[in-house]
Ligand binder design. Structure first.
Ligand SMILES: C[S@@+](CC[C@H](N)C(=O)[O-])C[C@H]1O[C@@H](n2cnc3c(N)ncnc32)[C@H](O)[C@@H]1O
Ligand SMILES: [Zn+2]
Length: 154
């Protein structure tokens, strides 16, 4: 049985949803893409904000560009309380369950965005109780908690 299906998401446009109960540790879906040289990704304006969610580094010379229709995993939205993580090396990048996931739950992972002057451009609509209001990796969220902007979003 397929572990996931595409559905309209409350977070953003479409998302991936569990099609059955999924146990913690399960390899859910491969993150697929095309190899692109680091030189090219550095020059391409498409990747010009350091928050290129579709780009994974493979090694010093190559990145994996996941911005393709065939990469269904690209539809997974960010959550501040995610139930998945993306792990892997080289071309073997997979989305894993980091919790037991119930049928019908939306799959999500932490996009890992860093805290910088652009954080305001990425408001988060994940709806989790601990939502940081902006898409920022877990380890950096404390940095925005004191900012005025964060308080006005509360
Ligand atoms: C990789 S796409 C995810 C799939 C997207 N929902 C779609 O249907 O194409 C990433 C984009 O989804 C949106 N997104 C993902 N998670 C979000 C969140 N927690 N809050 C707000 N927007 C989110 C942002 O616009 C982000 O640039
Ligand atoms: Zn959030």
């Amino acid at each position: 049985m397929r572990l996931f299906k595409i559905k309209k998401s409350k977070i953003d446009k479409n998302g991936l949803y569990a099609n059955c109960d999924i146990k913690k540790g399960t390899k859910i879906i491969q993150y697929k893409g095309k190899i692109i040289s680091v030189k090219k990704s550095a020059e391409d304006p498409k990747f010009d904000n350091g928050k290129a969610i579709y780009l994974f580094n493979i090694n010093k010379r190559f990145d994996l560009d996941g911005d393709f229709k065939f990469n269904t995993a690209r539809l997974i939205n960010h959550s501040c309380n995610p139930n998945c993580e993306v792990l892997g090396k080289g071309l073997k990048i997979w989305v894993y369950a980091i919790k037991n996931i119930k049928k019908g739950d939306e799959l999500s992972y932490d996009y890992g965005f860093s805290f910088d002057e652009e954080f305001r451009n990425y408001p988060c609509r994940c709806g989790a109780k601990n939502c940081a209001k902006f898409i920022i990796r877990e380890g950096s969220r404390w940095r925005i908690k004191k900012s005025k902007l964060y308080k006005s979003h509360k």
